[in-house]
Design a protein around this ligand. Structure first.
Ligand SMILES: Cc1cc2nc3c(=O)[nH]c(=O)nc-3n(C[C@H](O)[C@H](O)[C@H](O)COP(=O)(O)OP(=O)(O)OC[C@H]3O[C@@H](n4cnc5c(N)ncnc54)[C@H](O)[C@@H]3O)c2cc1C
Length: 455
């Protein structure tokens, strides 16, 4: 019998396990990859250092490939750019994963690598065990007082829970970006001007409903992480677009190639239910606009695991005594995330002409983008400066759209910040209100959310 079984050894599962083991709890960590591959995640590898500061984690230099001074956002024509200042790093994903794993194992976490979660047993409203299986091996039953689903964007555990548990919510296809990326050792390095920046290219032809990126991975600019994301349900294949638009531009030796899905949406209605919790991509803690999820996954894991440790010390976890996790996560990141989901849906409808126009005319500058990213709202200063430019340049329809987006960002912020239920009882009616609000907004801006996913 364990205190906690954690499913998935990505950053979310590793960090949750580490926090819990550090506090003396008996943790089983289940991961389908072999031990040496833990951390090997197809990713852009870029993360803002403020995330590490928030959770007080100091990572060794050995897992940092490169350091950024900020993010550059380039227009589709690539003639204009916005520089958003802010320190970031390119993390060595395998190195980081292995470092977290070593720390977790040193603290006594028991690793079940090469084990897949294949079943969940629910008895009297609680998960009584999970079934895990090694390839070619037998099924093993793992029992615990609490279970954490950290199994990524296609959650293995919470999708096996009863459908009337709000933690099992199924997302829409358009809630995801499908992404493909390669790490390339270039024949000729990137331009000196871009070496110290994570560069994002807005281009609705190359990356419909997403963006494409070029993140240098060393100081010389000779190794880059290049990839793109497209909105789910659109029929576009990111790998085909990579071959078509980017491969010739980034010639060299491919060090790593792979695809993946990113949930670019508001968080799950609840991260906890009964004796189950969820963090990271499994709980949709990714930033909907830029798709970064490493940092917010660790923040979510820190909040869940720290609270859980306190509850486990006093008794058995349940929906009621775990509820505060939702309130803490919303305050730390979730409210902003939900509001940015409104902006994300609008941005996904813009054309290359729109993007070029916006960046060429300096509708927003680096500090405005930074503000939107940090606060998740279109503040008065930003809106008034955008409105002035729009009026001057005469695009009244854009002004109308801006008002709609701002209005719904505010409504969503209020719903998540002020009206989120303080206890589990109100969650179902609150979740219905969220869906109604997003439906209404989608209709207004002509955004087709598509069907819910099958899994
Ligand atoms: C192409 C791409 C680029 C990205 N770029 C960035 C970026 O530059 N910056 C950033 O911050 N974020 C980025 N992200 C998002 C970021 O990678 C994720 O948000 C983050 O890694 C989520 O961590 P996690 O621990 O929740 O999930 P994961 O890292 O996906 O870990 C889940 C783990 O669960 C395991 N698992 C799954 N199913 C089972 C099962 N049935 N049984 C046992 N184990 C199982 C998996 O093997 C995996 O190890 C990107 C994502 C993609 C796909």
């Amino acid at each position: 019998m364990y205190d906690v079984v954690v499913v998935g050894a990505g950053v979310g599962g590793l960090y949750s396990s580490l926090v819990l083991a550090y506090k003396g709890f008996k943790v089983a960590l289940v991961e389908s990859k072999p031990r040496g591959k833990i951390g090997d995640k197809t990713c852009g590898d870029a993360i803002g250092v403020h995330h590490f500061e928030h959770i007080g984690l100091q990572i060794p230099d050995s897992v940092v490939d490169h350091r950024y001074r900020g993010v550059k956002i380039k227009s589709p024509s690539e003639e204009h750019e916005i520089i958003v200042p802010g320190e970031g790093i390119s993390v060595n994903r395998v190195g980081f994963g292995q470092w977290l794993l070593k720390n977790a194992l040193d603290r006594g976490v028991e690793l079940y690598d090469e084990h897949f979660l294949v079943g969940v047993e629910v008895r009297e409203g609680r998960v009584s065990s999970v079934k895990v299986k090694k390839t070619g091996g037998r099924v093993v039953d793992l029992r615990a007082r609490f279970y954490i689903d950290a199994s990524g964007a296609r959650p293995a555990l919470r999708t096996r829970l009863p459908e009337d548990w709000p933690i099992s919510e199924r997302p829409y296809e358009t809630d995801f970006n499908l992404a493909y990326r390669e790490v390339v050792e270039l024949e000729s390095g990137v331009s000196e001007a871009d070496i110290h920046y994570a560069v994002i290219y807005l281009n609705a032809r190359v990356a419909p409903g997403g963006y494409w990126w070029m993140f240098p991975k060393n100081r010389e600019g000779t190794v880059v992480n290049v990839g793109l994301g497209v909105i789910g349900g659109s029929g576009f294949n990111p790998r085909h677009n990579y071959d078509r638009y980017l491969r010739d531009r980034f010639k060299g030796r491919v060090v790593h190639a792979g695809g993946g899905i990113v949930p670019t949406r508001r968080p799950l209605p609840t991260m906890v239910w009964s004796n189950v919790g969820s963090v990271g991509d499994a709980a949709y803690t990714v930033n909907p606009v830029h798709g970064g999820g490493i940092g917010s996954t660790m923040e979510a894991a820190n909040i869940l695991a720290t609270h859980l440790a306190n509850v486990l010390e006093q008794g058995e976890p349940d929906t009621g005594n775990m509820w505060e996790v939702n309130l803490k996560y919303l305050e730390a990141y979730g409210v902003k995330q939900a509001s940015l989901d409104v902006l994300r849906m609008y941005l996904q409808r813009l054309s290359n002409d729109d993007f070029d126009w916006i960046i060429r005319n300096r509708l927003v500058d680096g500090s405005a983008v930074y503000d939107i990213g940090v606060k998740g709202s279109l503040g008065d200063r930003v809106v008034s400066s955008i409105s002035t430019v729009i009026k001057l340049l005469g695009r009244p329809s854009l002004l109308g759209e801006l008002r709609i987006v701002r209005n719904y960002m505010n409504k969503v912020t209020t719903l998540y910040r002020d009206e989120y239920p303080r206890s589990p009882e109100g969650i179902r009616s609150w979740a219905s209100r969220v869906e109604e609000l997003f439906d209404e907004y989608a209709r207004l801006i002509g955004f087709n959310r598509g069907p819910r996913v099958k899994w």
